[in-house]
Design a protein around this ligand. Structure first.
Ligand SMILES: NC(=O)c1ccc[n+]([C@@H]2O[C@H](COP(=O)([O-])OP(=O)(O)OC[C@H]3O[C@@H](n4cnc5c(N)ncnc54)[C@H](OP(=O)(O)O)[C@@H]3O)[C@@H](O)[C@H]2O)c1
Length: 246
């Protein structure tokens, strides 16, 4: 990973931060984004103090001009992009009959349309380079569905169809595109769930523990490695066995 350029969206905390750190520890130049300028610059400072080559740009990837500016920033800094990890995501959970238009559109706009914007911008460069890895973070619920998450599950299922289509379009240019579908990972996103819900989840996990961000960042790191060069258009489930799909 030495000197590779890795862009991670939504890297101010949780899974995205863990992914940025993993790549950075292996010698990559990492470009991180989040919506708050102050937060993302502080996170970059923490990474730099750990000896990681990190650059930060505030960007709301649900906005096309921000997504384009993020990719341009990475190119201005490092002149290439080897890996794009589309990790930024939100939830706005509620049952279908209570779901407002904005609950639906906010989640689709960030999780799915944001992934489209940054993938399109980075792919232009990767196709030119004739190399690159796109790694999109979906979710187990994009495959299984989940009560209270129709908007989120639709966005995450959309990411899977999107990634497979893009993978077919760009394979001949030496660029791969894959999906990681995490199960239940302990981050700010899941800490909002009640203790009893977390306990119920745990009972559904054959490996007997909740996931941690490092479980996902190790998988992302593998998908970007030379050993994963023949893997494209795949959904890699990282869920402790919570759901087993063929
Ligand atoms: N935790 C889980 O169990 C789990 C399971 C399956 C899938 N996932 C997926 O994994 C990804 C990371 O989740 P997480 O648990 O680490 O969540 P998290 O702790 O809530 O972190 C989400 C990250 O995304 C950023 N973000 C949100 N909206 C953004 C936007 N419009 N533009 C740019 N950045 C944005 C946030 O930064 P700011 O708030 O500073 O903008 C933050 O850095 C998400 O796509 C999530 O759906 C998580």
């Amino acid at each position: 990973m030495e000197n590779q350029v890795v862009v991670v969206t939504g890297a101010s905390r949780g899974i995205g931060l863990s992914i940025a750190r993993r790549f950075g520890q292996a010698g990559a130049n990492v470009v991180i984004c989040g919506r708050s300028e102050e937060t993302i610059q502080n996170v970059a400072e923490v990474l730099v103090n750990e000896g990681i080559q990190a650059k930060a740009k505030a960007a709301d990837i649900s906005n096309q001009s921000d997504a384009d500016a993020l990719v341009q920033f990475a190119l201005d800094q490092f002149s290439r992009i080897d890996v794009l990890v589309n990790n930024a995501g939100i939830t706005q959970d509620t049952l279908l009959l209570r779901m407002k238009d904005e609950d639906w559109s906010n989640v689709i706009q960030t999780n799915l349309t944001g992934t489209f914007y940054s993938t399109k911008a980075a792919t232009r460069q990767m196709v030119r380079q004739r190399s690159g890895r796109i790694i999109n973070i979906s979710s187990i619920v994009g495959v299984t569905g989940n009560a209270g998450q129709a908007n989120y599950a639709a966005s995450k299922a959309g990411i899977i169809g999107f990634t497979k289509s893009v993978a077919k379009e760009i394979a001949s240019r030496g660029v791969t595109a894959n999906v990681i579908a995490p199960g239940f990972i302990t981050t700010d996103m899941t800490s909002q769930l009640s203790e009893s819900t977390q306990k119920q989840m745990l009972e559904l996990i054959p490996l007997g523990r909740l996931g941690n961000p490092e479980d996902i960042s190790e998988t992302a790191f593998f998908l970007a490695s030379s050993g994963a060069g023949y893997i494209t258009g795949q959904v890699i489930h990282v869920n402790g066995g919570m759901a087993m799909s063929g």
